[in-house]
Ligand binder design. Sequence first.
Ligand code: ADP
Length: 185
Amino acid sequence: MSIANAERGVTIWLTGLSGAGKTTVADRLAPALRELGRKVEVLDGDVVRTNLSKGLGFSKEDRDTNIRRIGFVSNLLTRNGVAVIVAAISPYREIRDEVRETIGDFIEVHVHASLDELVRRDVKGLYEKAIRGEIANFTGVSDPYEAPHEPDVLLDTEQEAVEESVAKVLAKLDELGYVRVPAAA
Ligand code: ADP
């Protein structure tokens, strides 16, 4: 007997360039899902790299290892009914697809803004350095980013307010039956 999606765990995988809005969306989405009765865990790339993936660098091999580790933990949590939000650049399509395949209950969210906008925001001051050639392997400047061909949700954070972006993810989860978002009064 299959379990209704409302009882199932799900991984919400936010992929996109540094500063695109992954952490911001994750931080807003998590309490919204808790309000809807979901158990939630957030795996943020920056945090993961200080513990689970401590010591890994930014070569393709290390990036793939990092994403596989995040995928492994996400899978365990998802199997146990948790809504897992992953916020990680995850630049390589093949590894994202591999993780999706393993987890099954998985929605891919492309968090997008143009490079011009990201340089304007320069949230962490990294783009300026990367453009000056001071950071090797900086995704989007000196390292590749393979955008999803068919993301389940595309967030254009250059045009949308954070609330709109979060609402789009919730609408997709609702459409797939993972949550029931009450209609706005
Ligand atoms: P990332 O986690 O992808 O590196 P951050 O979340 O740290 O990016 O930074 C994203 C920046 O973009 C924040 O300053 C945030 O306020 C801004 N922003 C503007 N619009 C949005 C949106 N719709 N969704 C998410 N962030 C947005």
